[in-house]
Design a protein around this ligand. Structure first.
Ligand code: 5AD
Ligand code: SF4
Length: 488
């Protein structure tokens, strides 16, 4: 658990400790000295900006980086014209990589005006050796590159970079280490992600994640529970448990524990109102878990269950380890046991060798499961994955045509499903002031749908019952209900 560090007590002129996290606290203290020098020289505090480009895991890592920077003394900003800018990258699809190269050129413009500026790159994309080679060759102005396994070492790496003009690169291939107790700067005061495991052992044939995030490691349940208790004491009412494959949580712990059991323990935490989790692999989703969700008053009515393809033949090629029938049977069991649950999914179109018949199998699953929402992706070839060298890559125009048909179907089903809740009274967690209309607040239902309703900033972070007056396809306009209904 992170307790405020007493930096005055750290002996910065002695050798750095070898134990973690003390070693990083030491480097944070050293960086603080550099900030004091900066302030004296420039009559202002330095500014830092962390840009998150990836999934919720990445967002959580970005909060950790921001927590460290803030503790060191940086003023956090969303503007990239800052003294330290970190891009926390994603590499799951190729266009994510291309975006980074484009934006780096733009950052260099700022650096030309502020030569002391430090540009750092981290995250999944940096775990790819070809990427690091390219940056070393063509983007010499980058100051610091690190990966996903040593993010806890950021204070030490930042300090090294502040002391040097050279490009600092530190990438680890893998790790079995989990360092606890580093600061974290939450984006929202009332909700937070909580890592429960890192890495992935599944090796789906299209996916680069196991190569860039390493092998599966679960955090100790005591550490997870202590972190959540602390978050709740600090005003958090909703948590999102994060892992690439949460259903295999705890298998490699010294004292194995199932994900369902972990959830039961978390449910006991007083003051915690909502529990979410991401992502579930269909092959590991147990009946025990379905029962825990069913009987829980805190676990949200939302399950993200990536399908990827509806064709058993393609699923085999994808190394997903379930077939169409098993997936449909699972979705059926979930819907039967928990009728008000929203099931959402990820689907890839254009996996190598996908025929029209295979695609129609995917459409068939979509029509049978009737997802509340689905993320649809065009297959992206990731070098180093088995699928990248498979024959029969599908022509672009064919993929585009299938993608459009799938998207249309997914959207029309989602709108039909959303319309069913119109008129009902539901609870939302109010998250923010509406960006377009400041007289509205935006909140989320337990099933993850978005609701806009009249409100004010004081409501942020509170649970409120509203009537879903109007369904607008994928969101609702809510209206106030009588006070007494809100007080039950
Ligand atoms: N191409 C397209 N989509 C991919 N995903 C993962 N790898 C690829 C790829 N190579 C999608 C999957 C996954 C989601 C996070 O990204 O659908 O569930
Ligand atoms: Fe998240 Fe995967 Fe992208 Fe990494 S590669 S940021 S784990 S989606």
């Amino acid at each position: 658990m992170y307790n405020k560090i007493n930096f005055e007590k750290i002996l910065i002129n002695s050798n750095p400790p070898t134990e973690e996290p003390d070693r990083q606290y030491y480097f944070m203290a050293k960086c603080r000295e550099r900030i004091k020098d900066f302030e004296q020289k420039n009559s202002r505090l330095p500014k830092a900006c962390v840009v998150n480009m990836g999934c919720q895991m990445n967002a959580r890592d970005s909060e950790k980086l921001a927590g460290i920077l803030k503790e060191i003394g940086y003023l956090m900003t969303e503007e990239e014209q800052a003294d330290v800018v970190i891009y926390n990258t994603c590499t799951v699809r190729e266009n994510a990589n291309l975006k980074v190269y484009g934006r780096l050129g733009y950052l260099n413009g700022f650096k030309k005006k502020n030569p002391d500026m430090k540009i750092a790159l981290c995250g999944c994309m940096m775990q790819e050796p070809e990427v690091v080679e390219k940056i070393k060759k063509s983007y010499r102005f980058v100051d610091l590159i690190f990966g996903t396994h040593n993010i806890y070492k950021f204070p030490e790496l930042l300090y090294t970079s502040l002391q040097s003009e050279r490009m600092v690169i530190d990438i680890w291939k893998d790790t079995d280490k989990i360092v606890e107790d580093l600061p974290c700067d939450r984006k929202y005061s009332f909700k937070s992600g909580v890592n429960i495991m890192f890495g992935c052992n599944n090796f789906c044939s299209y996916c680069i994640v196991p190569y860039v995030r390493g092998r599966e490691r679960s955090r100790n349940p005591e550490d997870i529970l202590a972190e959540i208790r602390r978050l709740v004491a600090d005003g958090v009412v909703e948590i999102m448990l994060l892992g690439q494959n949460v259903n295999s949580y705890g298998k490699n712990l010294e004292q194995p524990m199932s994900f369902a059991e972990l959830l039961r323990n978390i449910e006991q935490i007083e003051g915690l109102e909502r529990i979410r989790f991401m992502t579930s692999h269909p092959k590991d989703l147990s009946d025990e878990l379905i029962q825990v969700i069913k009987h829980s008053s805190k676990i949200c009515r939302h399950l993200h269950l990536p399908l990827q393809s509806g064709s058993s033949r393609i699923l085999k090629q994808m190394n997903r380890r379930y077939d169409k029938e098993q997936y449909l049977a699972l979705a059926d069991r979930i819907r039967r046991e928990i009728p008000d649950i929203a099931i959402t999914t990820d689907i890839i179109v254009g996996f190598p060798g996908e025929t029209e018949e295979d695609f129609l199998e995917t459409m068939d699953v979509v029509q049978k499961v009737r997802y509340e929402s689905a993320f649809t992706f065009i297959y992206s070839k990731r070098t180093g994955t088995p699928a990248a060298v498979m024959e029969d890559q599908v022509p672009e125009d064919v993929v585009k045509n299938r993608f459009d048909r799938l998207l249309k179907e997914v959207q029309s089903i989602a709108a039909e499903k959303a319309a069913k809740l119109e008129g009902s009274v539901q609870e939302i967690l109010v998250e923010e002031i509406n960006a377009q209309d400041a007289s509205l607040v935006t909140g989320r239902l337990s099933n993850n749908s978005v609701v806009h309703v009249k409100g004010n900033p004081a409501m942020i972070g509170t649970l409120k019952k509203v009537r879903l007056a109007q369904c607008k396809g994928f969101y609702y306009i809510g209206e106030d209900i009588k006070e007494e209904d809100n007080e039950e």
